[in-house]
Design a protein around this ligand. Structure first.
Ligand code: IMP
Length: 429
């Protein structure tokens, strides 16, 4: 025991990777459970920056077994590229360290082509997907015609399934979307080679996790995306196609809740979102630019996966309370508090108003938030840089007040606060 979870409390990009990196030191297993390479986790170790999309951040720690769970959709070409990049950086990527669930689904170039074609066809109503094929891969899974990773055990059969899948997708691409067909033979041949290479990585990962927990080991579930992108609980249809929330973690790993201990909600000190969809506290002027940064630094608010500038706004505690309910958070981690240094005054959304009525809680599903007006609580903020602070009582009074407001309003303790991009720029409370 136990099973701990690190989950995004907002629209993704909360800085979960570095928290996983920190907690993975004590974890025997680190596991991803949903999504695919639409995620982008950046971990900075000294001058080395690791950019991970599919492989759990725990891979950086040599003692940790890393798992890609059954809830994921895996682009095997991207997986191999990530393996090769990590190997060049000296990371051990042997199959003893890294396992793919046989029940995870395979994402192919046909899914990517369909994602792009569907987004283009939506025009002004586009979702703003990462165009990594995530939606179409989950469509195939739900339609019970997907290809699971376990099929790679038999490369010949796998190659045939891939050929048939691409041929079927070509019909859609050509007839519905007016797109050129993909070369099914060439993709099938590539995937045959991939299967031969990836076979040793396949496993029944659910039983590995269960055995570890029974033996008293620690398992860390590493969330990707965030609560408000959840297919059920997010701002539908501007969501991803999986469940990046606590219940999704159990489903995507193949274990029940009995070993669950810490459910850590990670939230930035402000709000960001990439892609389309409602965002009540969005700042479109110079204040938003201040939060976003210029893009010169890797930690500025530009997507790790797509490079798109993120939309930025004030922290929204109505949505944070909602995320706490959906996930059952036991604690919060607050990231990028340092970015707020020097911004005065600070606004925090503590209620929504609609037709003259205001409520501290979301009384509707998050797809409706576009029709609410944020009600702000104003705080004075603080002027000093805080990047070198390591102890909570050394934070300026304005920063302590900001954290206390979050704790009071969510009824959750903020146990960790990140104050800079470096691995050790963390305050434990
Ligand atoms: P998809 O997951 O590529 O289908 O994209 C659906 C929505 O989720 C879009 O708004 C994306 O920008 C957003 N999204 C997907 N993955 C991430 C992520 O890791 N961080 C932030 N947003 C994401």
């Amino acid at each position: 025991m136990p099973l701990d979870m690190i989950l995004g409390a907002q629209w993704g990009d909360e800085g979960k990777g570095r928290i996983t990196d920190l907690l993975a030191v004590k974890a025997d297993i680190t596991a991803r459970f949903s999504g695919g390479d639409n995620a982008g986790h950046t971990v900075t170790v000294g001058s080395q920056i690791y950019k991970l999309h599919l492989i759990p951040s725990g891979i950086i720690h040599p003692h940790t077994l890393c798992i890609l769970g059954n809830g994921m959709v895996i682009n095997p070409e991207r997986f191999i590229a990530e393996l090769d990049d990590l190997k060049k950086l000296g990371v051990d990527i042997s199959p003893e360290r890294l396992k793919i669930s046989r029940a995870a689904h395979i994402l192919t170039p046909a899914h990517i082509a369909l994602d792009g074609a569907q987004e283009s066809q939506r025009g002004g109503l586009k979702i703003g997907t990462t165009r990594r094929g995530i939606g179409p891969a989950y469509v195939d899974k739900a339609a019970r015609r997907g290809i699971r990773a376990g099929a790679m055990e038999k490369p010949d059969t796998f190659a045939r399934l891939i050929r048939e899948h691409v041929a079927a997708a070509n019909k859609l691409l050509e007839r519905i979307y007016g797109q050129p067909p993909l070369d099914a033979e060439a993709i099938s041949a590539r995937f045959h080679q991939i299967a031969t290479r990836l076979k040793p990585y396949l496993a029944d990962t659910g039983s590995k996790i269960a055995e570890a927990l029974e033996a008293g080991k620690t398992v860390l579930a590493e969330g990707a995306q965030g609560t408000l992108l959840d297919i059920d609980h997010g701002s539908y249809p501007y969501v991803t196609s999986s469940s990046p929330t606590a219940p999704g973690a159990l489903l995507g790993l193949g274990i029940g809740p009995s070993f669950l201990q810490r459910i850590i909600g990670v939230t930035k000190a402000f709000q960001t979102r990439v892609g389309e969809g409602p965002f009540p506290t969005e700042l479109t002027g110079p204040e938003g630019d201040l939060l976003r940064g210029t893009g010169e630094n890797p930690w500025d608010e530009f997507g790790t996966t797509t490079g798109r500038p993120r939309r930025c706004g004030w922290l929204d505690l109505v949505l944070l309370r909602y995320a706490a309910r959906v996930n059952g958070f036991t604690e919060l981690t607050l990231t990028k508090l340092d970015i707020l240094s020097g911004i005065s005054p600070l606004q925090v959304c503590t209620a929504y108003s609609c037709n003259g009525l205001s409520s501290p809680n979301l009384t509707d599903t998050p797809d409706a938030i576009g029709s609410y007006m944020p009600v702000y609580t104003e705080l004075p903020g603080w002027a000093e840089p805080i990047t070198s602070v390591r102890s909570p009582d050394k934070l300026p009074a304005g920063a302590q007040q900001y954290i206390r407001l979050i704790e009071t309003e969510t009824n959750l303790p903020v146990r960790m606060v990140s104050v800079g991009p470096e691995r050790d720029a963390l305050i434990h409370r």
